[in-house]
Design a protein around this ligand. Structure first.
Ligand SMILES: *Cc1c(COP(=O)(O)O)cnc(C)c1O
Length: 456
């Protein structure tokens, strides 16, 4: 059997590692609509964006022409501490499913932050340091992004303030402690350290905070502190550019093994791991070179793409960020407290939104209990305890493999395993105790969110 030639795990050698990122924007024949300044209704200029973000990130955000962008030596050097990540042929899962499909996954959880977010944290911290900045700020909900940025800030010698949603900092004290161990200053949000925080505290003294509020505090801190900028963990084009390292490594390995995937699957929160994983294969598709199918997977509790509107909306709840044209449930949408913190975002990357609107990919919304069922099948067969977010991709990969079993088709399926679930054991406990519920918003619930989308 030719299958036996494919090893269980494959890594690139140091020499084979990507030296450039892949810029999907340069391949898209029809480009996504630009970010708008809500005050003027005009496209954001680089000067406006540079007041908030690092210069080089802004330059890349607005680059729609260069297909490849060099990964600076300083970033490749930091990548050595946790890359390459393994490309795994899921032989044990295939066997358990008794499927003729070949299943491959790219495992991004092999670093202390436990997710792919370190790929973009590395780049953003590097560029901040290059610019001569002394500090950066960000917000974190579940904590993966804050942890990743803490590691990168420590490596490149930057101070970091993380505004952590108050309820999360109480529920996940160990996440907070990992960040502090890497030197980050973790502030429970809302806090009395910013104008935005003080205002919210005065109005709602008992509030547990929200991501939107934490973003407001982090942005305010960045623009009011000399030598400081704000960094974002998903959604933006430059974040997807940095995450293309996932897809490029995957493709380099699979090319070597002589495999070209028929189906590529990833979970979608803000769209960064999915956009990065699909990048080289989607670039081929945009050039008419393949018939590969792309599937984004979102939680049924926060169905931005399958039930959202394609419209200009704010990226945050406080309505201080630029407007982005994207699939959105409305910046005022309040997702139910399900366990995939990283997928509870009201909007979606403008790049992924545009690919979906133009018919280059499809999206499936899956229920939490089915996601955990898949997570447990995966943990028992492949050994890794997956993050709830990643398990959305596992669910659909399993479903696709079972369709192959029913039809006898022998497809190659690649999915992104974005992280590990060690900090999500409260969710696993609920599943094991049989107390997990599936909350799916009604059309009426969604209408409330849609009402918060600005009228253009
Ligand atoms: C943040 C996160 C996600 C979702 O973010 P994207 O920007 O959509 O990739 C998925 N998986 C894990 C483990 C995460 O931490």
């Amino acid at each position: 059997m030719s299958d036996n030639k494919i090893p269980y795990k494959t890594y690139l050698t140091e020499k084979e590692m990507p030296k450039t990122w892949l810029n999907l924007n340069a391949f898209m024949k029809s480009k996504h609509d630009p970010f708008l300044n809500p005050a003027t209704g005009k496209p954001c200029t680089s000067e406006e964006l540079e007041a908030v973000f690092c210069k080089e990130c802004v330059k890349q955000e607005l680059n729609f022409t260069d297909k490849e962008i060099e990964i600076p030596e300083g970033i490749r050097s930091f990548y050595k501490t946790f890359r390459p990540s393994p490309l795994v042929r899921a032989y044990f899962l295939e066997k358990a499913l008794d499927t003729p499909a070949e299943i491959y996954y790219k495992f991004e959880g092999n670093n202390t932050s436990g997710s792919h977010k370190l790929n973009s944290a590395a780049a953003q911290a590097y560029y901040a340091k290059q610019q001569g900045l002394t500090s950066v700020t960000t917000e974190t909900g579940a904590g993966q992004w804050g942890t990743a940025l803490s590691m990168a800030a420590a490596f490149f010698g930057l101070n970091l303030d993380v505004f952590m949603v108050k309820v999360s900092s109480l529920q996940k004290p160990y996440r907070r402690e990992v960040m502090r161990t890497y030197g980050a200053n973790v502030i429970a949000s809302p806090s009395d350290t910013t104008e935005a925080g003080r205002k919210i505290l005065k109005e709602f003294p008992e509030t547990g905070g929200s991501l939107g509020c934490a973003i407001s505090e982090a942005v305010e801190k960045a623009v009011s502190t000399p030598g400081c900028r704000y960094v974002l963990g998903s959604v933006l084009d430059h974040v997807i550019l940095y995450q293309s390292v996932i897809g490029l490594e995957s493709k380099a390995v699979l090319d070597r093994l002589g495999v070209y995937p028929d189906t590529v699957i990833g979970c979608v929160g803000g769209g960064s791991n999915f956009g990065g994983l699909i990048a080289p294969y989607m670039a081929d598709k945009l050039q008419g070179r393949n018939g590969t199918e792309f599937i984004g997977v979102e939680p049924a509790s926060c169905p931005s793409m399958t039930r959202g509107k394609y419209a200009y909306d704010f990226c945050d709840r406080a309505k201080i960020t630029p407007l982005a044209k994207m699939y959105t449930l409305g910046c005022g949408f309040m997702p139910s407290p399900n366990h995939s913190g990283g997928l509870r975002y009201h909007g979606m990357s403008p790049i992924v939104s545009k690919l979906y609107a133009d018919g280059y990919m499809r999206v499936e919304a899956v229920e939490q209990s089915k996601v955990f069922e898949a997570a447990i099948t995966f943990a028992k067969t492949e050994g890794i305890l997956p993050a709830p977010e990643s398990s959305h991709a596992i669910r659909v990969a399993i479903d696709e493999a079972l369709k192959c079993k029913a039809s006898g088709q022998k497809k190659s399926i690649l999915f992104g395993l974005t992280g590990t679930g060690y900090f999500d054991l409260a969710a696993y406990k609920q599943y094991n105790d049989g107390t997990m519920t599936d909350i799916i918003p009604t059309d009426k619930d969604l209408e409330k969110g849609f009402a918060s989308i600005p009228k253009m």
